[in-house]
Structure formats: structure tokens, C-alpha cells
Design a protein around this ligand. Structure first.
Ligand code: GLY
Length: 397
């Protein structure tokens, strides 16, 4: 997109937000300032030096310190993905060039069988890149990554194993986040013609549908299985406040993940689950006025309880896709309201902060007191994706 068109688009989006909603503090969003701020934040990502051991993951603000990780970290693929998406939003070639450099540094992960996070890593980098840079090398990496991920499938349990740690306590743990790795498998079948990947992904979604949800359609975080008979042994949490609580990002992974599963299978049960969890989330009595959740719905409400902008961005993006299948206006309206609130001075990182991030106020791991109320790379990824989806959704209308 040309720069002028981009400014008009962002300006329109912000103006809509300013008219439609106030922030949680009741302040009007300043469209002019927030507009310039977003573009300035983009420049921070471009200026960040390329280094295989320094993928930016998050940032503490007091004092300012960037948390850098190597490609094996589950979050590494998001930064290349952010650069690809800014290229899509702005049309500026320098973002594409940087995206290609960072994406190339991820290629070792196609062989990493110690993790289920293959989709986050490879699909958010190589998969995103393939949309704007058609080439066989990216396709080969995606297919090899799918093969590696499928080594974690257990046919007794009918699921892909999530974590290897805590193996003495959790025989076969599966987390709701794992739904996000299925897009890689579905796409690998489309690229290669090998239906194995699609079948494993669909089965993983079916087993998750059967076991991960509560009667109110909120999701557990971790379900632990018996590897011999496939029975459920435990339903617990790792990043929520307690086992029966609703960890906000987990609800987001469920809404988004089952929407993806529907995209590829057209299985109505997957769509129904995505809608049911979306309804639970959007109508929750403990969701703050601006639609940006506390990091767990069961935390006490109030100004001192940290939010999770990453959950908000992820849900906003997922709801734009859910709207495209259902045409239910409430999804599009909610997604737009949340996106506009994120795209304001309340959630955009200040110009004075020198780090390769866009949004503030995300929470990584509340119970471990880790990455509390910080800029986090995956919040930016889903925020940018939501901006792109909003753009194509408004073109269709
Ligand atoms: N997959 C880890 C997280 O959502 O924090």
C-alpha cells in the first residue's frame, strides 16, 4: 500500500474508534497523535539489529531492557512475522528485506522435535513470508516442519504432545495453545499433497474439542492424558491463576484455533465451539470496559490488575475471521472496538521507548511473575494481523 493510503486507512480506523468508544479511563483517543505514533513504532522494528541469538521477545520498561532469545524459543517466529505484516500494511520494501533476513535465521527450527511450538515459529515466519514472497525454499521448510511436528503425535491419545518438561508429573500434556500449530499442518498438506498432516491436525482438534472445554465453554489450559489408553488424567493450569480459572490468552487460543480448524475442515462443530467460546469471552462480567482483559478472568478487577493486550489482539484478529464465516455483526463490532482501543495512546508504546515493539500492557506468565504488563512480541503480531484483517473485511463490505 502507498504511504498516503496507509495513513488514510489508519486515520479512518482511529477516527472510527474515537467516535465509537472511550478508553477505560474515559479519555478520548487523539487520532492525530496515535496515528503518527504507530508509524514511528514501525521504524523501531526496522532499526533493530539482525542477530541470530537476539530475537526480541519482550521488554521491561523500568529500567528499559530488551529480553532477547535464540530461534529455539517459542516466540522467535513472531518478529519476522511482524516485519512481513508491516510490509503488507505499508508497502515499504525495507521491511520485506529485513523480514527475509530474520526469517532465514529461523530455518534450523524445522528439525526441532523437542517442541510443539512449530506453528508459532515456522508458520508466523516462513508461512507469513510465503504470502508476499512466493518461493520453493519456504514451502520446503514448511513441509519439513510439519513432518517434524507430526513425530509428536500419539495415536493412542489421538493428539500432538505439547510439552516435554514436567514429564514425571504430566504423562502426556496438551495445552489449548497447541490448536495454533494446526495451521502449519493444514497448509503443509495443501503444499505437498500429503494428507497425513491434515488428518493429524483434524484429529487433534476433535480430541481437544471433546476434552478441553467446560460446560460454560471456557477452556482449561492443560489436559493430561494416559498414553496407553488415552484417558484424561488431569485438567490443570500452568499460566492461569488456578486450575478452574479462565486464563485470558488461553480463551483466545481456543477462539482463534477452532476458527482455523473450521477454515480447513468445514466441520461445523469446530465453528460452534469457536463461537461458543467467543460468546463466553465477549460477555464475561469481568471483561473491562475497553475490551482488553485482565490476564485471567478470575483475577479481581481494578486498576492494579495487569491486563493482557496480547489476548485482546489475538481475539480481535480471530473474530474478524469468525465474522467472515458467520456474518454476525457482533464479532466484527467487538473486534473493531478492541483493535481501535489498542491502536491508541493507551496501548501504543511511547515514542521515547527505544525497543522493537508496538504495544504495551501484555502479560506473559502471571503465576511465575514473568513478563508482567510489558510489551511482548506476539501481541504485536496479532495486532498487525487484526489491522490487515480489518482492512480486507472493510473492503469486502
Ligand atoms: N504458548 C504460550 C503462551 O501463550 O504463553
Amino acid at each position: 500500500m502507498k504511504k498516503n493510503n496507509f495513513i488514510v486507512f489508519i486515520g479512518f480506523a482511529l477516527l472510527f474508534g474515537a467516535c465509537k468508544s472511550n478508553t477505560n479511563k474515559g479519555e478520548k483517543i487523539s487520532t492525530t497523535d496515535a496515528n503518527g505514533l504507530l508509524e514511528k513504532r514501525f521504524e523501531n522494528l526496522l532499526d533493530y539489529q539482525v542477530d541470530a541469538l537476539s530475537f526480541p521477545r519482550s521488554m521491561s520498561l523500568n529500567p528499559e531492557e530488551i529480553h532477547k532469545v535464540p530461534s529455539k524459543d517459542w516466540t522467535s517466529g513472531f518478529f519476522p512475522g511482524n516485519l512481513w505484516q508491516i510490509y503488507a500494511l505499508t508497502g515499504k520494501k525495507e521491511f520485506k528485506n529485513k523480514a527475509m533476513e530474520w526469517t532465514a535465521l529461523m530455518e534450523d527450527q524445522q528439525w526441532n522435535d523437542k517442541t510443539h511450538d512449530m506453528g508459532f515459529k515456522i508458520f508466523c515466519s516462513f508461512g507469513e513470508g510465503l504470502k508476499y514472497h512466493e518461493n520453493q525454499y519456504y514451502k520446503d521448510v514448511i513441509v519439513q516442519s510439519a513432518k517434524t511436528l507430526c513425530t509428536r503425535y500419539n495415536s493412542n491419545v489421538k493428539l500432538l504432545r505439547s510439552w516435554d518438561f514436567n514429564a514425571d508429573i504430566w504423562e502426556f500434556p496438551v495445552i489449548i495453545d497447541n490448536m495454533m500449530n494446526l495451521e502449519l499442518l493444514f497448509e503443509a498438506t495443501k503444499i505437498s499433497g500429503d494428507s497425513t498432516f491434515h488428518k493429524i491436525a483434524e484429529q487433534h482438534a476433535k480430541t481437544t474439542l471433546n476434552n478441553h472445554f467446560r460446560p460454560d465453554n471456557s477452556t482449561y489450559h492443560v489436559v493430561v492424558y494416559d498414553t496407553i489408553n488415552g484417558a484424561v488424567k488431569q485438567k490443570v493450569t500452568h499460566q492461569g491463576i488456578h486450575d478452574e480459572s479462565s486464563w485470558a490468552r488461553g480463551q483466545g487460543w481456543a477462539i482463534y484455533g477452532f476458527t482455523i480448524a473450521y477454515r480447513y475442515t468445514k466441520n461445523k462443530e469446530f465453528l460452534d465451539q469457536a463461537e461458543a467460546t467467543a460468546t463466553y469471552y465477549m460477555s464475561h462480567k469481568n471483561l473491562p470496559e475497553d475490551g482488553i482483559p485482565y490476564w485471567d478472568f478470575d483475577l479481581p478487577s481494578g486498576p492494579d490488575t495487569p491486563r493482557d493486550a496480547s489476548a485482546a489482539a489475538l481475539v480481535s484478529s480471530g473474530l474478524f475471521e469468525l465474522y467472515s464465516y458467520t456474518k454476525k455483526q457482533s464479532y466484527s463490532t467487538f473486534a473493531t472496538r478492541v483493535l481501535n482501543n489498542l491502536n491508541s495512546k493507551n496501548y501504543l508504546l511511547e515514542e521515547s521507548i527505544n525497543g522493537p515493539f508496538i504495544l504495551k500492557h501484555s502479560t506473559g506468565n502471571g503465576p511465575k511473575n514473568d513478563e508482567i504488563d510489558e510489551p511482548i512480541v506476539y501481541a504485536d503480531y496479532y495486532f498487525l494481523e487484526a489491522l490487515l484483517r480489518q482492512k480486507s473485511s472493510s473492503k469486502e463490505k
